[in-house]
Design a protein. Sequence first.
Length: 407
Amino acid sequence: MKNLSELEARLGGLVVFRGLLAGEPMTSFRAMLAARRALDGSDTARAAFVEAVAAFEAALLPCGSDWSAVLLDTVMQDENICIRKAACGGAGALAETNLTRELDILQQAGAVGLADLLEGCPGGESLAALLPPGWEVSSLDYAAAFRARLAEVSEKGYGIFAKYHVFTVEDGELVPVRYPDPQRLDELPGYEREREKIIANTRALLAGKPANNVLLYGDAGTGKSSAVKAIANEFAGEGLRLVEVKKNQLYQMPGLMDTLAQNPLKFILFIDDLSFSSNDDNFAALKAILEGSVGGRSQNLVVYATSNRRHLIKETMTDRTGDDIHEADTRQELMSLSARFGLTVTFQRPDKDRYEAILLDLARQYKVQMPSDQLFIKGEAFALRSGGRSPRVAKQFVELLSAGVRM
């Protein structure tokens, strides 16, 4: 017979995993143990126990029916001092001692089934008829699983970084993207040579070598944004995470970057469709991000930006004939922003041969059956109507063919 009162008390003494006590389904599990301890044969206590069991199952079911597996998954996702310090020498002897003790406590908690709750309690047989069907439990080694996670924290991450690999920013905080764009590199025909430069830079980042900020510059629809998203998907398993940042959020980044600098994972700050007006306050914020603070730029973070403008600053003839005494210096400062990206990769509108190669590859992906000469003629006509050749136009054309739309 399991000593559930002792287990309840030991759960209250968690230190490393104390954050688990505030979330579900652990909160409902502890309330269920408390209700079981309060059983005294009275109708009030019986009703409270039945309600606590039902509340626990209601909290458990959205996560799964196996309580042992659900609790282990919660343990693996917990952001605690031991997992945060794993990549830099550990959290110390006291934390390590608590970790070993608490993993044993949590494994005991994960093994508690409905039969264990009813065993030895007042009126157990009659209570069974009032309770919902019991949950599953299984034999799992919590200590071995968590130790394995500590060993691979640089690739798997911890907390929300272990569950998601793409994030956006809201009010200076990271928000996970639950359903990111599933774009893959092998689905992007053409521009392999351009993408290879970015991939090599990303591999350097993942290997802990010096990596450059990257500006992907070129015509609209040539796959600049898709390339960044596909690279993030490709290397997520190796510890790469993507944070998409809007231009008007750049001023929020310094604090967030300081937080990310302490993370064992590697990060791409992704700024899509970047451009500035000459008096844009966000210009200075981006300069600070690219150059780093007085403490230097973090080695686990780079900026990848896409733009249709090589110099990023919208400049008019009026700007060149204004009343700025040091106009040449001002213009040089504005134009120098793009030079702060160590690597600039140009995506030009495809010529006829490249466009046709893209059409053939996309037709194969979408299983479009059409003679190549007809595919080229119709694809070229579609491009003319759509404003010119581009991978985006080619994809739209092939998707229409795949949907059965007559062209």
